[in-house]
Write a protein that binds this ligand. Structure first.
Ligand code: AMP
Ligand code: MG
Length: 192
């Protein structure tokens, strides 16, 4: 089978990590060699050395420092050679300096995705999932702002697809239907 490098993105609160975990389980249960890497966790290992205590504090660092962490994480992940690699990350990070790309050209190129999957949910689902997540410092915003974030995400999705040649897919993660979202991803990967 051709190697699949699947980048999964989505604004905070869409339930991205839940969908990716389910996707991994579905692929593994078919006997496929699948690895799952969370980009933010790889960055956090390095950020901890600089005294950052919580993953949600990384986005508050100056963008120049986040950029250094980002490039380092990308090069570590680029070396992973799984049959199927699922990469849980972000199209953009909301920083004090503005919407900052999670997959700028050099990072996207290093990851060389075959597929880029945008997990989507309704604004009210996003808001309620953000406020339910007690372990995280999620930004609580109104529906208008969620819609703005989603629109930025779609713009960046197209850009990354064009830059890398990856196929772009948008998958809804409706309340209580994670299995359906994961099944759509599995089917898009063309594995049987
Ligand atoms: P997550 O656990 O997916 O919410 O990611 C935690 C944090 O990791 C994010 O808020 C960002 O600070 C950072 N992060 C994840 N992916 C990227 C990326 N591609 N570029 C820059 N920062 C990232
Ligand atoms: Mg997550």
């Amino acid at each position: 089978m051709d190697v699949k490098r699947v980048v999964v993105v989505g604004i905070p609160g869409v339930g991205k990590s839940t969908v990716v975990s389910k996707t991994r389980d579905m692929l593994s249960s078919r006997g496929l060699n699948v690895d799952y890497v969370v980009f933010g966790t790889v960055m956090m290992k390095e950020a901890e050395k600089m005294g950052v205590k919580h993953r949600d504090d990384m986005r508050k660092l100056p963008v120049s420092e986040q950029r250094r962490l980002q490039v380092k994480a990308a090069s570590e992940i680029a070396d992973m050679g799984s049959e199927i690699l699922l990469i849980d990350t972000h199209l953009f990070i909301k920083t004090k300096e503005g919407y900052w790309p999670g997959l700028p050209y050099d990072v996207a190129k290093a990851l060389s995705p075959t597929h880029i999957i945008l997990v989507n949910a309704t604004p009210s689902e996003v808001i309620s999932r953000r406020s339910r997540d007690r372990e995280r410092y999620r930004e609580i915003i109104g529906e208008e702002e969620v819609l703005e974030e989603m629109s930025i995400a779609r713009d960046m999705l197209s850009t990354v697809a064009v830059l890398t040649g990856a196929s772009a897919l948008i998958v809804d993660n409706s309340e209580g239907r994670v299995d359906e979202a994961a099944a759509k991803i599995v089917s898009a990967l063309g594995v049987t």
